[in-house]
Ligand binder design. Structure first.
Ligand SMILES: C[S@@+](CC[C@H](N)C(=O)[O-])C[C@H]1O[C@@H](n2cnc3c(N)ncnc32)[C@H](O)[C@@H]1O
Ligand code: SF4
Length: 457
């Protein structure tokens, strides 16, 4: 709808992957930052293309009844959150609609059942974070935080509601402490990792620390009860007052009697509360039995592998990072599961039918890929029937597992891969649902269950 001279009015139909309201005006798609579904708003475009425009809300004429007051004072300016103006349940519903929309528009598939969303705490959930650091004298000194929205500048912030409160409380003291370091201009990033026994801050520094920096770091660590590790150019150099080379942290899964050691820089799930619920859901969907042989592709440090092994099944975990494979092997022994678990390092984006066949038959698969998805792995399964060009599938014919549980951090690639599984590989999409792993952001984590209905030719 185009209105009077200077203002443009739009009715918002849905949310996009970045949490922006989507409207259609005069045949163009308009992505409007700050607008919510079912709202009528005026907007101002800051990017115009022939088929779409990108805009900011000017005024909300008719607010959604799910619009709410953002809790964080930095919302709207900090790029860390996109949806704090939408009620928590509305966020989950919007993510579910996005997942369903992607499955249908990209993969041409529909889940037979939508699973109830997996919820967790709304605030203080981020146990892993990458904070940017920038020394900007004209903004008052050192900035520590997330990037500003749609910018590479560091946001000026003094607290963060999605970090655990004790980490949020470190932002201002970190700004003051870094300002005193000789390397304050050469310290672009801090990785935060909260484990069960400790919180570690890994300072990435582009040159060597000078001796006078040591006491400053030690005083900070002692005062705030955290560990500080430094990663300068070259191999890790842990500050001399902390144990060298050992994983400092652990997380545990009491329901599976499992404990995982990890190094703060290694991949672990960001939200430990949701991770536990997600693992229970995945195990329920996988239905692992003691006689099963199961593959855990993109297994990381064995987050899914060990709960699967606890059920009595044997598991092969495959992963691209040698460091994570080594950590996974260590955890399997530590938890008394080494006999049931094997790990292999492999680049799964280069999977071929021959390589997949050489792994032998699996009853079930668990897949948890990065954002790019798992296309090469799925394409390596034998097609059902003839291909689009009428040709028979290329040998070897790799028999697919009876069940696949697919955990995804990108609904677009999940939808693409689901389309291949359902339309070419003889699977049904039995169920799918969202996991609210990152509340208030537009990230959509999801889980899907596929079941084999046809034997490949
Ligand atoms: C979303 S994480 C999941 C890790 C694990 N399942 C977990 O829950 O902790 C994706 C994993 O894929 C691995 N990865 C990324 N690219 C890969 C590739 N090309 N081949 C194999 N693994 C890869 C990453 O190292 C990471 O451990
Ligand atoms: S990431 Fe933290 S500081 Fe940024 S908007 Fe979200 S809660 Fe606020």
């Amino acid at each position: 709808m185009r209105a009077m001279e200077n203002s443009t009015i739009a009715f918002i139909e849905s949310l996009d992957q970045e949490g922006r309201g989507v409207a259609h005006v005069d045949g163009k798609t308009i992505f409007i930052d700050g607008a919510l579904p079912s709202e009528q708003v005026t907007y101002k475009s800051h990017r115009r293309k022939s088929s779409y425009e990108v805009a900011d809300v000017v005024e909300v004429l008719q607010p959604s009844n799910l619009r709410t007051t953002p809790k964080c004072p930095h919302f709207g300016y900090c790029g860390g959150c996109a949806l704090q103006h939408l009620d928590f349940s509305g966020q989950v519903a919007a993510k579910q609609r996005l997942l369903e929309g992607n499955l249908w528009h990209i993969g041409k598939v529909k889940a037979e059942t939508m699973l109830p969303p997996i919820y967790g705490p709304a605030w203080g959930y981020r146990h892993k974070a990458r904070l940017r650091v920038r020394h900007v004298p004209k903004k008052g000194g050192v900035l520590v935080g997330f990037n500003e929205k749609a910018s590479s500048f560091v946001a000026h912030m003094d607290s963060c509601e999605v970090l655990p409160p004790h980490v949020s409380a470190l932002i201002v003291p970190l700004q003051h402490m870094i300002a005193q370091l000789s390397v304050r201009e050469r310290l672009p990033q801090i990785e935060v990792a909260v484990g069960e026994q400790a919180t570690v801050l890994v300072l990435r520094i582009l040159e060597a620390l000078r001796p006078e920096d040591g006491p400053i770091l030690k005083a900070f660590a002692d005062t705030h009860g955290v560990q500080i590790w430094t990663q300068t150019k070259g191999p890790d150099t842990v500050m001399p007052f902390y144990p060298l080379n050992g994983p400092a942290l652990t997380y545990s899964l009491p329901e599976f009697q499992l404990t995982y050691p990890f190094k703060p820089t290694e991949f672990t799930q960001v939200n430990p509360h949701i991770n536990r619920v997600m693992l229970r859901r995945a195990m329920q969907l996988l239905g692992a039995q003691p006689q099963d042989r199961i593959a855990d592709f993109f297994c990381g440090l064995g987050n899914f592998t060990l709960p699967i092994a606890r059920s009595g099944a044997t598991v092969l975990g495959m992963e691209g990072s040698a460091a994570l494979v080594a950590r996974a092997v260590e955890s399997a022994s530590l938890n008394g599961l080494a006999d049931q678990v094997e790990y292999r390092e492999a680049d799964l984006f280069k999977m071929t039918p021959e390589a997949l066949q050489s792994l032998g038959y699996f009853d079930k698969w668990l897949i948890d890929p990065p954002r790019d998805g798992a296309l090469e792995l799925i394409k390596s399964l034998a097609d059902v029937g003839r291909g689009e060009d009428g040709a028979m599938p290329v040998a070897p014919k790799v028999a697919g597992p009876e069940r696949i549980v697919y955990v995804s951090c990108n609904p677009a690639t999940l939808a693409r891969d689901a389309g291949v599984l359902v339309n070419l590989k003889g699977y049904r999409l039995l169920a799918a649902g969202v996991i609210n792993m990152f509340p208030h952001t537009s990230h959509v984590e999801s889980i899907a269950l596929f079941e084999k209905i046809q034997t490949p030719v």
